[in-house]
Design a protein around this ligand. Sequence first.
Ligand code: ATP
Length: 728
Amino acid sequence: MLNKKRISKTIVRQQDQTDCGVACLLSLIKYYEGDGSLEKLRELSGTNRQGTTLLGLYQAANQLGFDAQGCEANIQAIIDHRTPLILHVLIDERLEHYIICYRYENGKFVIGDPAKGIYELSAKELEAIWVSRTCLTLAPNDEFVKAKAIARSKKVWFLTLLKEDYKLLGISIGIGVTMAVLGTSMAIFSQKLIDDILPSNDLKRLLTGLALLSFLLMARVGFSTLRELFLIRQSKDFNNRIIDKFYDSLLRLPKAFFDTRKIGELVARLNDTNRIQRVIKFLASNLLIDILSAIVALSFLYYYSWKIGLIATINLPIYFLIIYGFNSKIITAQKEVMQGYASSESHYINSMQGIASIKNHNGLNIFKKLNQLIYGNFQQKVFDLGKIKIRLSLFSGIAGVLFLIAVLGFGSYQVYQQAMSLGELMAVLGMAGTLMPAITNLALVAIPINEAKIAFQRMFEFASMQQEVTDGTHIEKFDSLEISDLTFRFAGRSRLLKGVNMKVHKGECVAIVGESGSGKSTLGQLLQKFYQKESGNIIVNGKMDLDGIAMESWRNHIGVVSQDIHLFNGTVLDNILMGTEDSVENVVKFVQQHGFEPFFSQFPQGLGTIVGEEGINLSGGQRQVVALARVLYKRPQLLILDEATAAMDRNTEKFTLRLLERLKDELTVILISHRLHTLKNFADRIYVLEDGKVAHGGGHKELLLTHNFYSEFWQELNADKKPTLVSA
Ligand SMILES: Nc1ncnc2c1ncn2[C@@H]1O[C@H](COP(=O)(O)OP(=O)(O)OP(=O)(O)O)[C@@H](O)[C@H]1O
């Protein structure tokens, strides 16, 4: 029998239309008691704005510990298949969608639909929408990680973050306990004052009592200040530590992670760490005091009147029931607020970065409207959460008032009956006055805890991702690189490189040319170890596979100037040094020796000119010159230039090529370029990338003998140069 309860508990709803595939996969992960997030699955499956391919789902499932298989099947095969599978269907004859078919039972298919939930379909109904007849079967294998194991590692991660704070937190908790006890002194004193001191007419007793009370209250103020001090110190240390750890984990994630993320979302998550700290502080400062205040106050209530104590005890579960009812609503609303915040942050960054395109396209109004929509949506979520919180406070507030009235009413009755003194009534009211806010705070504690839980969850999601593999063999120098039968595909995409073969030796310059989108830059990125190849070999120095070489060692030997040059905030000098400790004189010497001086002297303050967001904007060509100086200063042995001269004027490009020619003995160059005319005299070999393979390779003359992308260029150029008859 199919466990429908388990299905309805584990089905994950899609966040938008493109998520249906990953939502199906996540539902099945949860169905098999695992855990995960849409975020992670999106990355593993290469989900983008068009959605997820079945191939992407297959790849993600296999990486997550499933034995997955994509197949074509028919209805009978699904009836016979007794475990859940994902079907690719067509809704309303046009919309591609994924659903889960859990099982065929009692003449119907039990369907889990990330858009609509759980329902049943007859064979005929399913046949009508399952047009492609493709499906993904999956069964968890030994590598499948159960949710419990994930929760354990989450806990360990969190505790390691908090470990160094135990002492400070312990001290502030200790102070908190003392404060909770001292907090009762006022109530006790009021009882003594009314029942004993005032009737005795003894001024000395009154003064002694007041002095004692002043001392206790002062001590409370002193302790409170001290505790605040400890807590802000803990805040500072914890925030530094958590951001340091999180930022470090982020930087160590593979490049593929950043390809699919919006910067705003990442920044929002970094800011989320503050929420966690706020809650730790709140818990350490308020929670324990509230618990202790409640216990102490309740004990005193029992001490003065067991009946009033009982009234209080009965009242407590009411609060917790109220909170329990609100819990899931708050969690969902809070998640949405955070998501809304991340989206609006991302929208700001995106629009600021693309300000030129917005202006050129007269897109101000559209972006303004978009902002109203995105930010409005965020504020609506904040409003919705606020409404839930207000409802919660309202109910708990009403329960509080009812409780106080009950205590006052019953206490007054006791005084009428002379079962209680007036002073005791005052003390009881005082105690009830401390008990109520403490209980209300405890009842509301679910909110910050949930907030921190979500923030932690969002942070852990990134921090726990597989980082770049950095270890391996160190190499002393670079001699040669040989690529054979290299294949590669981006997650969920068809194969981009289908068996690339090429080689380059020390002192050589090879060029890679081909149409846009043929995979040249991707090949360059594979050489930078940004992505994992699918198959084939990249052999370094004739013996070592690139995969086995330590990341740091490899990156020490290579230098890259890529299509998108990023200059960091700081001076030109800072950008050349990139954190290396060296004297300015040495950099100046380097700049002079390499002939960069005329370029940098054009900048207002030469090497000291501030570039990047806070300084002047350099032209595209100037940026490329700075990037070239930066990479050569690193003294790489293998230089990868990806359209590195594309923005330069003819003279600057000539300077660059001459400089590289000069350095050729100590430098191997891989040049990815569309500037084919430059290659004739510069490149020792030219590889033409076509349909994922090196279709042609050789020197300039050799390539001109066959028909290819490179020879076509020269043919057209020569044709253009032929004299034409000018009609009179
Ligand atoms: N991170 C990515 N995820 C998925 N697909 C990608 C990613 N990066 C690039 N692609 C795709 O891979 C293909 C090859 O891109 P690549 O940048 O390597 O081409 P290219 O030959 O260098 O093009 P160009 O000459 O225009 O620079 C393109 O279709 C591109 O859309």
